[in-house]
Write a protein that binds this ligand. Sequence first.
Ligand SMILES: O=C(O)CCC(=O)C(=O)O
Ligand SMILES: [Fe+2]
Length: 281
Amino acid sequence: MRTFTADTANPAAICDEMLNGPGAVRITGLFSDAQIADARARIMAHSDGEGEKVTHFQGAAVEDGRANLQRRVWNLLAKGAVFSDMATHPVIMAVLRRWLGSEFIMGSIAANRLLPGGPGQEPHIDFPYWDFHAPETHPMGLNASFPMNAQVTVALDPFTEESGATAFLPGSQKDMRYPTAEDHDHFYANCARMTGAPGDTVIFFGAAWHCAMPNGADHDRNAVLINYIPKFVKPLEDMPGALPQAFLDAASPEMRQLLGFDYKYPEILDQADAVNAEGIT
Ligand SMILES: O=C(O)CCC(=O)C(=O)O
Ligand SMILES: [Fe+2]
């Protein structure tokens, strides 16, 4: 996995790594220590104080009663301005404009906190491919020749092999397939790890097989996970529905784009202005 800095984060080079290379890159130096500390404190407080939340790819942990050692905090935009700053970071936006088209949107922004002793996840691919274990529910021929997903992971604690840094199988994004149980041995034997220091950021194509790994360290392993999708894909989280009106009213142009406000469909066309609304003339 190549490492870029805020200064060297060339969108074309990064997109080539994501599509044709391992599928993931690391970018260092995007966030200040104060931003990371602020984000971490908010996530710790929300995941201490709230009851269990919906989770995914955790079937085995639910069965053995350890699901509560991996905690989700959803709808992060409502939980601190620092999360809006992360989601709209100009270096990330520049990469994603090239990757998903200039009018891309955000599908979800959540935290994943792995407590010490916390379990890993099942190897998987991410939304909107996350139910591709039932490929017949998707269009025939769906493949990874073009992206409909980008994942951004911001590490808020040391991401080490011991603490459960995300594992991924380099190159697996090229073969659009949900990993089966028979694939797991190959995955664990050949995976790379998204290790890094607090503040390091990984951008990856969520069609690559990946998962959180068990946390064997003595500290929590927190991360902000952001899902981005093209403008025409239905988002995972209903963010406009979950955010206060004051947040929506004050949203920056970048945030309005991420919330889908620049792409108005579906619309009741019977009630739309009687104009020619699409076409080149
Ligand atoms: O927290 C991690 O390391 C990965 C989480 C993940 O892949 C997911 O929840 O989809
Ligand atoms: Fe994932």
